[in-house]
Write a protein that binds this ligand. Structure first.
Ligand SMILES: [Fe+2]
Length: 400
């Protein structure tokens, strides 16, 4: 990220800074102790001030250990809407590096929330609104990735019904790959996005209201509620490199080639031992002998989860918008029977998909079990139902 500033900050750090005569409280929010990125935030009230300690609600994960190790096809369209944009996140799979959930909230967020133990990425499949945050107001809309660093206090204010999010939580840091940046941190010409595509909070609103406000902080694998007697978004100004931002998947510029390009060209973000990739509408491999569909592969250390966002997936049996495929480690995967032949000569795909590859095995929840089609593992068997032969190349060409 680059340096940003909103509101008022004093010309020198760690010097007296007042608002209508009141000495403001300076808070340094930094990663890696004091060696990573940081922002300095100026509050009307001490951010340590709490009126009362509320409930602690542990996070419970119900694991499904399948009887057999296999590939999976999961239909998230069956996930029932419930809850708010925080507690309505329904976990599908997780490991110690990342949690992947679906959220279809039906309720507004009645409290403020802060993730005290991880960074978050929320992919907005449907919906629009704003995030009210410590760092200002962050508008979002469908197809945005919302990246929220830990320590950011925020509240969703939706402007749409029927919102749908794919969410990621990581105890590590969400960042963009170093190979996209020069030694000063500026994004390079060959990166699939530029600084203009990243949108920090649009404006800072300083709340001076008093009253009772609930703040829920995710800590120690649970949700701790605190009662405050002031509005937690009481920031007069801030500056630094740590803040939430949006990036639209529609601004990802695909990197294509004469013959097949490997999945890292789709990489958008990374965390510890995982990456998040964007598969976007693009021209396909243009060599006359190119096989545009991915080769079978045993990427020996990876698990691959893909969420299908948009496109005509009729040529990939059972896959539709809202489907998730999981190709776990230990098994090769690739095109289903007939698809390599069918892909020859294809020059364009309209697919839109979000992929998360992890190095460590992903554990599945009982929700994933409920949504699992139970047949996908056999879809490469030559006598199994053949894939549909109509439809466009989307889903054929994504990183199957
Ligand atoms: Fe793959």
């Amino acid at each position: 990220m680059r340096y940003e500033s909103r509101g008022s900050v004093p010309p020198k750090r760690h010097t007296a800074f007042r608002d209508n005569g009141t000495l403001l409280t300076e808070e340094v929010m930094g990663f890696e102790g004091f060696s990573g990125n940081e922002s300095i935030v100026y509050h009307l009230e001490s951010p340590c001030r709490v009126m009362a300690l509320g409930e602690f609600e542990p996070i419970v994960r119900e694991e499904w250990v399948p009887d057999a190790h296999s590939h999976h096809l999961i239909d998230t369209r069956q996930v029932e809407p419930e809850g708010d944009p925080i507690r309505g996140r329904r976990l599908l799979m997780w490991n110690s590096d990342v949690e992947i959930a679906i959220c279809r909230p039906t309720l507004g967020q009645e409290y403020f929330y802060r993730n005290g133990e991880g960074d978050e990425v929320l992919f907005v499949h449907r919906g629009q609104g704003v995030l009210e945050t410590t760092f200002g107001t962050l508008p979002y809309r469908a197809h945005d990735y919302i990246v929220i660093p830990r320590g950011t206090t925020y509240r969703f204010v939706a402007n749409a019904d029927d919102e749908l999010f794919l969410t990621f939580h990581t105890p590590g840091e969400i960042e963009t790959p170093n190979r996209y940046r020069n030694r000063y941190g500026q994004l390079l010409e060959h990166a699939p996005y530029s600084h203009r595509d990243f949108h920090p909070p649009a404006g800072l609103v300083t709340h001076r209201e008093r009253g009772e406000f609930d703040l829920v902080v995710r800590v120690r694998d649970g949700y701790q509620t605190y009662k405050l007697d002031y509005h937690p978004l009481d920031v007069v100004g801030w500056d630094g490199y740590v803040y939430p931002y949006t990036f639209s998947i529609d601004d990802f510029e695909p990197i294509t080639g004469r013959i097949h390009m490997p999945p890292p060209v789709h990489q958008t973000f990374q965390g510890p031992n995982f990456v998040i990739c964007s598969f976007c509408p693009r021209m396909l491999d243009w060599d006359e002998n190119a096989v545009p569909i991915p080769y079978n592969h045993s990427n020996l250390q990876s698990e691959e989860m893909i969420y299908y966002v948009d496109g005509q997936f009729g040529s990939r049996k059972g896959v539709d918008v809202g489907s998730v495929t999981l190709h776990p480690s230990g098994l090769p995967h690739g095109p289903q029977p007939g698809l390599a032949e069918k892909s020859l000569g294809m020059r364009h795909t309209d697919e839109l998909a979000v992929m998360c590859d992890t190095f460590a095995p992903l554990r599945l929840t009982t929700l994933a079990q409920e949504l699992d089609d139970g047949k996908y593992a056999l879809s490469w068997y030559e006598n199994a139902d053949a894939p549909a032969t109509n439809g466009g190349p989307a889903g054929v060409t994504s990183h199957v």
